[in-house]
Ligand binder design. Structure first.
Ligand code: ATR
Length: 286
Protein backbone atom coordinates (compact mmCIF):
# COMPACT_ATOMS: atom_id res chain seq x y z
CA UNK A 1 0.00 0.00 0.00
CA UNK A 2 1.33 3.41 -1.03
CA UNK A 3 1.96 5.85 1.80
CA UNK A 4 2.34 9.63 1.61
CA UNK A 5 2.91 12.05 4.47
CA UNK A 6 3.00 15.72 5.33
CA UNK A 7 6.12 16.81 7.19
CA UNK A 8 6.14 19.89 9.38
CA UNK A 9 6.38 21.23 12.89
CA UNK A 10 3.77 21.78 14.16
CA UNK A 11 1.83 19.54 11.77
CA UNK A 12 -0.83 18.01 14.03
CA UNK A 13 -3.49 20.39 12.78
CA UNK A 14 -2.70 19.95 9.11
CA UNK A 15 -5.81 19.63 6.95
CA UNK A 16 -3.93 17.71 4.25
CA UNK A 17 -4.76 14.22 5.61
CA UNK A 18 -8.48 15.02 5.42
CA UNK A 19 -8.14 16.10 1.78
CA UNK A 20 -5.98 13.22 0.55
CA UNK A 21 -7.70 10.51 2.55
CA UNK A 22 -11.00 11.78 1.17
CA UNK A 23 -9.75 11.25 -2.40
CA UNK A 24 -8.24 7.85 -1.56
CA UNK A 25 -11.58 6.80 -0.19
CA UNK A 26 -13.64 8.40 -2.98
CA UNK A 27 -11.65 6.78 -5.78
CA UNK A 28 -11.25 3.45 -3.94
CA UNK A 29 -7.46 3.62 -3.91
CA UNK A 30 -5.58 1.64 -1.34
CA UNK A 31 -3.24 4.10 0.28
CA UNK A 32 -2.58 6.15 3.37
CA UNK A 33 -1.77 9.79 4.02
CA UNK A 34 -0.12 10.46 7.37
CA UNK A 35 1.22 13.32 9.47
CA UNK A 36 4.91 13.36 10.35
CA UNK A 37 5.67 15.99 12.92
CA UNK A 38 9.42 16.27 12.83
CA UNK A 39 11.99 18.06 14.94
CA UNK A 40 14.43 20.27 13.11
CA UNK A 41 17.43 18.04 13.80
CA UNK A 42 15.67 15.00 12.30
CA UNK A 43 14.17 16.59 9.23
CA UNK A 44 16.98 16.35 6.66
CA UNK A 45 17.81 12.73 7.40
CA UNK A 46 14.19 11.62 7.31
CA UNK A 47 13.42 13.61 4.18
CA UNK A 48 16.41 12.34 2.22
CA UNK A 49 15.50 8.75 3.16
CA UNK A 50 11.79 9.12 2.71
CA UNK A 51 11.52 6.19 0.31
CA UNK A 52 13.33 3.91 2.75
CA UNK A 53 11.00 5.17 5.45
CA UNK A 54 8.17 3.73 3.39
CA UNK A 55 6.73 6.81 1.69
CA UNK A 56 6.22 7.42 -2.03
CA UNK A 57 6.08 11.17 -1.63
CA UNK A 58 5.17 13.96 0.74
CA UNK A 59 3.91 17.44 1.32
CA UNK A 60 6.13 19.85 3.17
CA UNK A 61 4.75 22.49 5.46
CA UNK A 62 6.08 25.12 7.87
CA UNK A 63 8.97 25.41 8.73
CA UNK A 64 10.63 23.04 6.25
CA UNK A 65 9.58 24.28 2.79
CA UNK A 66 12.86 26.13 2.17
CA UNK A 67 15.00 23.35 3.60
CA UNK A 68 13.28 20.79 1.41
CA UNK A 69 13.91 23.06 -1.59
CA UNK A 70 17.63 22.92 -0.80
CA UNK A 71 17.60 19.14 -0.42
CA UNK A 72 15.64 17.90 -3.43
CA UNK A 73 17.45 16.49 -6.46
CA UNK A 74 15.26 18.28 -9.00
CA UNK A 75 13.45 21.59 -8.56
CA UNK A 76 10.44 22.27 -10.71
CA UNK A 77 10.41 25.78 -12.17
CA UNK A 78 7.45 27.01 -10.06
CA UNK A 79 9.41 26.27 -6.89
CA UNK A 80 12.41 28.31 -8.06
CA UNK A 81 10.43 31.55 -7.93
CA UNK A 82 9.67 30.94 -4.28
CA UNK A 83 12.71 29.03 -3.08
CA UNK A 84 10.36 26.62 -1.35
CA UNK A 85 8.69 23.29 -2.13
CA UNK A 86 5.40 21.97 -0.80
CA UNK A 87 5.02 18.83 -2.92
CA UNK A 88 7.62 16.11 -3.38
CA UNK A 89 7.63 12.85 -5.32
CA UNK A 90 10.23 10.29 -6.31
CA UNK A 91 11.42 9.44 -9.81
CA UNK A 92 14.11 6.80 -10.19
CA UNK A 93 15.16 7.27 -6.60
CA UNK A 94 15.45 11.03 -6.97
CA UNK A 95 13.43 13.55 -4.98
CA UNK A 96 11.51 15.95 -7.21
CA UNK A 97 10.22 19.13 -5.57
CA UNK A 98 7.49 21.43 -6.75
CA UNK A 99 5.41 24.25 -5.40
CA UNK A 100 1.71 24.09 -6.16
CA UNK A 101 0.53 27.18 -4.24
CA UNK A 102 0.40 29.44 -7.29
CA UNK A 103 -1.47 26.79 -9.27
CA UNK A 104 -3.88 26.28 -6.37
CA UNK A 105 -4.50 30.01 -6.13
CA UNK A 106 -5.33 30.39 -9.84
CA UNK A 107 -7.49 27.28 -9.96
CA UNK A 108 -9.46 28.51 -6.97
CA UNK A 109 -10.22 31.85 -8.62
CA UNK A 110 -10.95 30.38 -12.04
CA UNK A 111 -13.22 27.66 -10.66
CA UNK A 112 -15.02 30.04 -8.28
CA UNK A 113 -15.67 32.91 -10.74
CA UNK A 114 -17.09 31.59 -13.96
CA UNK A 115 -15.35 32.88 -17.07
CA UNK A 116 -12.61 34.68 -15.15
CA UNK A 117 -9.36 35.07 -17.07
CA UNK A 118 -6.24 36.65 -15.51
CA UNK A 119 -5.10 37.93 -18.91
CA UNK A 120 -4.96 41.72 -18.88
CA UNK A 121 -6.39 41.95 -15.36
CA UNK A 122 -5.00 44.44 -12.85
CA UNK A 123 -4.23 42.68 -9.59
CA UNK A 124 -3.46 44.53 -6.39
CA UNK A 125 -1.42 42.21 -4.20
CA UNK A 126 -0.88 42.88 -0.50
CA UNK A 127 2.23 41.21 0.92
CA UNK A 128 5.58 40.04 -0.42
CA UNK A 129 6.25 36.78 1.47
CA UNK A 130 6.39 33.23 0.15
CA UNK A 131 2.69 33.08 -0.65
CA UNK A 132 2.91 36.34 -2.61
CA UNK A 133 5.83 34.95 -4.63
CA UNK A 134 3.81 31.87 -5.56
CA UNK A 135 0.74 33.87 -6.50
CA UNK A 136 2.47 36.70 -8.38
CA UNK A 137 4.60 34.35 -10.48
CA UNK A 138 1.52 32.32 -11.39
CA UNK A 139 -0.73 35.26 -12.30
CA UNK A 140 2.01 37.05 -14.28
CA UNK A 141 2.41 33.88 -16.33
CA UNK A 142 -1.31 34.09 -17.08
CA UNK A 143 -0.99 37.68 -18.31
CA UNK A 144 -2.08 39.70 -15.27
CA UNK A 145 -0.54 43.03 -14.23
CA UNK A 146 0.49 43.34 -10.60
CA UNK A 147 0.58 46.33 -8.26
CA UNK A 148 2.44 45.13 -5.20
CA UNK A 149 2.22 46.68 -1.76
CA UNK A 150 4.10 45.49 1.27
CA UNK A 151 4.66 46.99 4.71
CA UNK A 152 8.41 46.56 4.13
CA UNK A 153 8.92 47.99 0.64
CA UNK A 154 12.46 46.56 0.39
CA UNK A 155 10.99 43.07 0.54
CA UNK A 156 8.72 43.88 -2.40
CA UNK A 157 11.71 45.23 -4.31
CA UNK A 158 13.67 42.08 -3.52
CA UNK A 159 10.82 39.95 -4.82
CA UNK A 160 10.86 41.87 -8.10
CA UNK A 161 14.65 41.71 -8.43
CA UNK A 162 14.70 37.98 -7.68
CA UNK A 163 12.00 37.39 -10.30
CA UNK A 164 14.00 39.37 -12.87
CA UNK A 165 17.09 37.28 -12.04
CA UNK A 166 15.05 34.12 -12.54
CA UNK A 167 13.96 35.16 -16.01
CA UNK A 168 10.45 36.45 -15.29
CA UNK A 169 9.39 39.53 -17.24
CA UNK A 170 8.82 41.93 -14.35
CA UNK A 171 7.75 44.97 -16.35
CA UNK A 172 4.23 44.25 -15.20
CA UNK A 173 5.07 44.47 -11.51
CA UNK A 174 4.57 47.95 -10.09
CA UNK A 175 5.64 48.52 -6.48
CA UNK A 176 3.81 51.10 -4.39
CA UNK A 177 3.98 52.30 -0.81
CA UNK A 178 1.82 50.34 1.62
CA UNK A 179 0.20 53.59 2.78
CA UNK A 180 -1.06 54.26 -0.74
CA UNK A 181 -3.15 51.15 -1.00
CA UNK A 182 -6.56 52.72 -0.56
CA UNK A 183 -6.02 54.99 -3.59
CA UNK A 184 -4.57 52.17 -5.64
CA UNK A 185 -7.70 50.11 -5.19
CA UNK A 186 -9.53 52.24 -7.75
CA UNK A 187 -7.49 50.49 -10.47
CA UNK A 188 -8.03 46.94 -9.29
CA UNK A 189 -9.84 44.14 -11.06
CA UNK A 190 -8.82 41.80 -8.28
CA UNK A 191 -7.56 42.48 -4.75
CA UNK A 192 -5.47 39.72 -3.20
CA UNK A 193 -4.44 39.60 0.46
CA UNK A 194 -1.41 37.35 0.86
CA UNK A 195 -0.40 38.70 4.27
CA UNK A 196 -1.17 37.01 7.53
CA UNK A 197 -3.29 39.98 8.61
CA UNK A 198 -6.81 38.90 9.50
CA UNK A 199 -5.80 35.39 10.51
CA UNK A 200 -7.12 34.22 13.91
CA UNK A 201 -4.78 35.53 16.59
CA UNK A 202 -3.17 38.10 14.27
CA UNK A 203 -3.82 41.78 13.74
CA UNK A 204 -6.70 42.74 11.48
CA UNK A 205 -6.15 44.15 8.03
CA UNK A 206 -7.51 47.66 8.50
CA UNK A 207 -9.03 48.79 5.31
CA UNK A 208 -11.42 51.06 3.57
CA UNK A 209 -12.62 49.62 0.31
CA UNK A 210 -14.48 52.75 -0.79
CA UNK A 211 -12.32 53.20 -3.92
CA UNK A 212 -12.58 49.58 -5.03
CA UNK A 213 -14.68 49.15 -8.19
CA UNK A 214 -17.89 47.20 -7.63
CA UNK A 215 -16.88 44.61 -10.25
CA UNK A 216 -13.56 43.84 -8.59
CA UNK A 217 -13.00 40.43 -7.03
CA UNK A 218 -11.63 40.24 -3.50
CA UNK A 219 -9.73 37.22 -2.27
CA UNK A 220 -7.84 36.30 0.86
CA UNK A 221 -5.43 33.44 1.30
CA UNK A 222 -6.30 33.32 5.00
CA UNK A 223 -8.86 30.56 5.74
CA UNK A 224 -8.88 30.65 9.52
CA UNK A 225 -11.35 32.32 9.85
CA UNK A 226 -12.94 31.43 6.54
CA UNK A 227 -14.69 34.79 6.32
CA UNK A 228 -12.04 37.36 7.16
CA UNK A 229 -12.96 40.98 7.85
CA UNK A 230 -11.68 41.82 4.37
CA UNK A 231 -14.06 39.34 2.74
CA UNK A 232 -17.00 40.38 4.93
CA UNK A 233 -16.43 44.04 4.10
CA UNK A 234 -16.13 43.28 0.37
CA UNK A 235 -19.23 41.12 0.38
CA UNK A 236 -21.18 43.88 2.12
CA UNK A 237 -20.25 46.27 -0.70
CA UNK A 238 -21.39 43.77 -3.30
CA UNK A 239 -17.97 42.67 -4.58
CA UNK A 240 -17.50 39.05 -5.55
CA UNK A 241 -15.39 37.25 -2.99
CA UNK A 242 -13.29 34.08 -3.02
CA UNK A 243 -12.16 32.63 0.31
CA UNK A 244 -8.80 31.01 0.97
CA UNK A 245 -9.95 27.46 1.59
CA UNK A 246 -10.27 26.70 -2.12
CA UNK A 247 -6.58 27.49 -2.64
CA UNK A 248 -5.69 24.92 0.00
CA UNK A 249 -7.90 22.31 -1.68
CA UNK A 250 -6.63 23.00 -5.19
CA UNK A 251 -2.93 23.13 -4.25
CA UNK A 252 -3.35 19.55 -3.00
CA UNK A 253 -4.52 18.19 -6.37
CA UNK A 254 -1.24 18.02 -8.36
CA UNK A 255 0.47 16.02 -5.60
CA UNK A 256 -2.31 13.46 -5.39
CA UNK A 257 -2.46 13.18 -9.18
CA UNK A 258 1.28 12.46 -9.36
CA UNK A 259 1.57 10.09 -6.39
CA UNK A 260 -1.42 8.03 -7.48
CA UNK A 261 -1.19 8.48 -11.24
CA UNK A 262 -1.22 4.76 -12.04
CA UNK A 263 -4.15 4.08 -9.75
CA UNK A 264 -6.09 7.01 -11.22
CA UNK A 265 -5.24 5.98 -14.78
CA UNK A 266 -6.47 2.46 -14.10
CA UNK A 267 -9.78 4.01 -13.04
CA UNK A 268 -9.94 6.32 -16.06
CA UNK A 269 -9.61 9.46 -13.91
CA UNK A 270 -7.48 12.32 -15.18
CA UNK A 271 -8.11 14.96 -12.55
CA UNK A 272 -9.35 14.57 -9.01
CA UNK A 273 -12.25 16.73 -8.02
CA UNK A 274 -12.51 19.47 -5.42
CA UNK A 275 -16.15 18.73 -4.69
CA UNK A 276 -18.59 20.50 -2.40
CA UNK A 277 -18.54 17.42 -0.21
CA UNK A 278 -14.74 17.64 0.20
CA UNK A 279 -14.99 21.32 1.00
CA UNK A 280 -17.59 20.77 3.72
CA UNK A 281 -15.55 17.95 5.23
CA UNK A 282 -12.53 20.21 5.50
CA UNK A 283 -14.64 23.14 6.76
CA UNK A 284 -15.74 20.99 9.70
CA UNK A 285 -12.13 20.95 10.87
CA UNK A 286 -11.36 24.66 10.59
P1 ATR B 1 4.13 33.59 3.82
O1 ATR B 1 5.28 32.71 3.42
O2 ATR B 1 2.94 32.84 4.38
O3 ATR B 1 3.74 34.54 2.75
P2 ATR B 1 5.79 35.49 5.23
O4 ATR B 1 6.89 35.22 4.28
O5 ATR B 1 6.12 35.55 6.68
O6 ATR B 1 4.64 34.42 5.11
O7 ATR B 1 5.07 36.84 4.78
C1 ATR B 1 4.10 37.47 5.55
C2 ATR B 1 3.59 38.73 4.84
O8 ATR B 1 2.64 39.37 5.70
C3 ATR B 1 4.69 39.76 4.56
O9 ATR B 1 4.40 40.42 3.37
C4 ATR B 1 4.55 40.69 5.77
O10 ATR B 1 5.02 42.00 5.55
P3 ATR B 1 6.57 42.39 5.85
O11 ATR B 1 7.35 41.93 4.66
O12 ATR B 1 6.57 43.85 6.01
O13 ATR B 1 6.96 41.66 7.10
C5 ATR B 1 3.06 40.72 5.95
N1 ATR B 1 2.69 41.12 7.31
C6 ATR B 1 2.75 40.40 8.44
N2 ATR B 1 2.34 41.11 9.49
C7 ATR B 1 2.02 42.36 9.02
C8 ATR B 1 1.50 43.56 9.60
N3 ATR B 1 1.26 43.65 10.91
N4 ATR B 1 1.27 44.62 8.79
C9 ATR B 1 1.51 44.56 7.47
N5 ATR B 1 1.98 43.43 6.86
C10 ATR B 1 2.23 42.36 7.61
Amino acid sequence: MKKICVIGNPAKHSLSPIIHNYWLNKYGIEGKYEIKEMKNENFAQFFLQIEKEGYSGCNITIPYKEKAYELVGVRKRESEFIGAVNTVWIEKGQLIGSNTDGYGFCENIEKSIQGFDFKGKKAVVLGAGGAARAIISAILAKGAEVTLLNRTIEKAEKLKNDFTDKGIDTQKILIKDWEQWEQILSLANILINTTSLGMSGQEELKLDLKNLPQEAIVTDIVYRPLMTKLLLEAQKRGNKIVDGLGMLLHQARPGFEIWFQEELKARGIKNVEVSKELRSKVEEHL
